[in-house]
Every structure is written in C-alpha cells, then in structure tokens.
Ligand binder design. Structure first.
Ligand code: PLP
Length: 429
C-alpha cells in the first residue's frame, strides 16, 4: 500500500501542522475513508496526477465544476487572454452582462441574477432575500441536503418529522437553528405537515437532485408538490442548483423535471474552476436586492473578470445539446458496467444516477432519503475507495458524495474504470 517516503505523506504532515486537518475544506482530508490524502500536482482532461507522479482517472472533478475535464484548452486560452487585462477592477464590466445573459437564457426560472464568490454565499443571500421578500423567518430544508456552510442551514433533523432544528456544528446559535425545520427528502406529506404547523415559513430550500448525501434523485412528482405547497402557503421555493446547474441539463434540474422555483442558486460549473456563485429569480423578487431594493448583499470580488471569463468559456460550450446526450450516455455506460462488475463479484450494492452524477451505495435496498442512504456499509465503501485508488481511479473520498463524469471521460476511460471496479469489488470479499 502506501510507502512512508512518498511526497503526499510528507506534505500532509506539514499541512496538518499549518492548517486545521491539513486542508482548506474538510472532505479533502480522507477522514471518512482513512489514509493520507493525495496532494495533486496537475490535472488534464479526465486525469489528475499527484505529487508522486501517480495518475488517476478523476471522478471528483473538483467536486463538480470540471464538466469539460481539467485544463480545457479553450478555457485556459480565455483565462490567459483575460489576465493581460488585469485581475479585478471593482467596477462594472461587459463580461458580467454576458455572464448574466448566459444564465438568464439557460435557466428557466431566472430573469435577473447576482454574482457572488461561492455556492455558500449564493445560498446565504438567497435565504436573506426570501426572508426579506416574505417578511417571515423560518426555512424548511431536507435531511441530508447540504447548502454550503450557511449558519442556519448547518442543521440536520433530530428524530422524526418537522423536528425543531438542532445545530450540527458548535458556533451555530440555537436561536438561529430554531428557524430551520428539517424534513426527510422525497417526503412531500411531511412538508405539508410542517406548513400546517408553522405560519412563519419564508422558504423551502432543496437540492432538486441531491448530491450531498450521495446522488439521490427526486421521486416522480416530489418537486412539483414542493412547488405547489410553497405557493399555496405564500412561501418561496428555492432550488439549490449549485451542483445540478448546467450539470444535469443546461437549465439544470428545473429544466429536466420541468418545475420552476422562485429562486435558484448556482456555483461550481458556472465558475469554470474558479470561485463563483450566483443567485437569481424573477424580476419582481430580484428587484429587492440592493441597490435596486432594500435587501443588502455585496462582494469586493463578485463578478471577477477572470472568473467570469472561465465561466463563460465553459457555459458557451454547454450550449451544444449533444453535450448532455453524451454525459447521459457515458453515465449509463459506466453504471451498467459497475452493476455488472458488482454482480460478478457477488457484492450487494445500489447505484443511483442522474445523467453524469452517480453514487454507489453498499446496501441492497433502494436509496431515496437520508435514512436509506445511511444504511450503506461505510467501512465497505472505504475499502472499495482504496481498492479503486490503488487501481488508479480517484472517487470522492466519502460515501455521501456524488461522483462526476466529464466530457473528457472517453469510452476507453470508462471501460478502464469498470475493469478496475472488477478487481476492487472482488477484493471486498
Ligand atoms: C457545493 C455546494 C454548495 C456550496 O458551494 P461552495 O462553493 O462550496 O460554497 C451549496 N449547495 C450545494 C447543493 C452544493 O453542492
């Protein structure tokens, strides 16, 4: 297995001394699977290379943004040209208009948009806006959905339905968490009950296809019922499409499932690998945002020209509908191969997939919410993860994360992954 002289090991030791857990975002640290995180030196297409020169087929894709693959030529060229003109001005640019127009054109619910620097920021601002518009305080979220590290959303359920929130993290005041009502994903009846019990609900926020408990799709009709319940009760529906936006379809999950939210948050892909987020909605609602309206929100580097350039170069490539056909075909091909490989090794598992987002759960029952996702054998996942890593396949280092296929994953790359999985599944016995 690992060798004590490798460079990732040395770097990790240094990193842990200088940074909490040795990383700048927790899941990178391999805590859920054990072992030393690989320090990455470079990436190109579907491949990443660590500091020891080992190459892996990458299914993390920087946690979603790299839909074109790493270091895409066009994106890199566009960034280089933009760099010549300076990196930030703190004044409006034409690039920001182009980005806004691109998003408005693509995402059905969005007529106006505000750019921010991360998905977390987008969600934080969307929540503030929903509260500002409705004059209400409470937010309904779903167990197992992640919306960035926004204070009031770092809340899972206690037990049962419509539990008053308890913070998941020290530092989140209980008084804030109490405004978050948590219900099981895919349970629209539970949402109805919450609305029957609480008057003060500003918004329902949901990952329309969950990526953050592993990939969990909505049941038929679930999103449409959320749309209906929220509208009947005067609350806003927020689709957190930070992960699914431009990933499942150009117009995100709202296009795929034909359900129109009031507010949409975006991030990841729209930055083309640079730090970007955005939130948008109807003109009526977005006019509440400062300086057009009273709900304050600002950002020194928001709409940054280099980030807009990388994002635009990416989004323009996604105008081609063939892109989403290819991602669907690649996803279907890969997952069919993985199912076959698991069956051959007699390993019980369930694969959830929507387009190019997928997760293997080590359980033989279906996974449709947090309770069913949590039945997965995590120790087994950790062994599978390391077996795949040894075979040169880099999966997300946690059971509860979605894996991503990019346009740079060729059929040959997918085939290689299935071959690796045969070995990895067989090693689990
Ligand atoms: C990644 C993610 C976020 C947070 O975005 P950051 O850029 O990491 O702050 C929020 N919501 C969803 C659904 C995400 O997948």
């Amino acid at each position: 297995m690992r060798n004590d002289h490798d460079r990732s090991e040395d770097l990790y030791r240094r990193a842990v001394w200088l940074m909490p857990g040795g990383v700048n975002s927790p899941v990178r640290a391999f805590r859920a699977v054990g072992g030393t995180p690989r320090f990455i030196r470079e990436a190109k297409g579907a491949m990443i290379t660590d500091v020891d020169g080992r190459r892996y087929v990458d299914y993390v894709g920087s946690w979603g943004p790299m839909i074109l693959g790493h270091a895409d030529e066009e994106v890199m060229e566009a960034i280089k040209r933009a760099l010549e003109r300076g990196t930030s001005y703190g004044a409006p640019t034409e690039l920001e208009i182009e980005m806004a127009a691109e998003i408005v054109e693509a995402v059905p619910s969005v007529e106006m948009v505000r750019m921010v620097n991360s998905g977390t920021e987008a969600v934080m601002a969307a929540i503030r806006l929903a509260r500002g518009v409705t004059g209400r305080n409470k937010i309904v979220k779903f167990e197992g959905c992640y919306h960035g590290h926004v204070d009031s959303l770092l809340v899972r359920a206690g037990s049962g339905v419509a539990t008053l929130g308890l913070p998941d993290s020290p530092g989140v005041p209980a008084s804030l968490a109490q405004n978050t009502l948590t219900v099981p994903f895919n349970d629209a009846d539970a949402v109805e009950r919450v609305f029957a019990e609480h008057r003060d609900i500003a918004a329902v926020i949901v990952e329309p296809v969950v990526g953050n408990m592993g990939c969990v799709p909505p049941r038929p009709g679930f999103l449409a019922r959320l749309r209906d319940v929220a509208r009947r009760n005067g609350a806003l529906l927020i689709f957190d499409e930070v992960m699914t936006g431009f990933r499942l379809a150009r117009g995100g999950a709202q296009e795929l499932y034909d359900v129109t939210p009031d507010l949409t948050t975006l991030g990841k892909i729209i930055g083309g690998g640079l730090p970007v987020g955005a939130y948008g909605g109807s003109r009526d609602i977005m006019q509440y945002v400062a300086p057009a309206g009273p709900v304050y929100q600002a950002g020194t580097l928001a709409g940054n020209p280099i980030a807009m350039t990388a994002g635009l170069a990416t989004l323009r490539r996604l105008r081609d509908p063939h892109v989403y056909r290819r991602l669907e075909e690649a996803g279907a091909r890969l997952c069919a191969g993985l199912v076959e490989a698991a069956r051959a090794a007699d390993v019980p598992m369930t694969i959830n997939r929507v387009g190019s987002m997928w997760t293997i759960f080590f359980t033989d029952g279906p996974v449709w919410d947090w309770t069913t996702a949590a039945r997965s054998d995590r120790a087994r996942f950790a062994r599978f993860f390391h077996a795949m890593l040894d075979e040169g396949i880099y999966l997300p280092p946690s059971q509860f994360e979605a894996a991503f296929i990019s346009l740079a994953h060729t059929d040959e790359t997918l085939e290689r992954t299935v071959t690796a999985a045969r070995t990895a599944f067989a090693s689990l016995k």
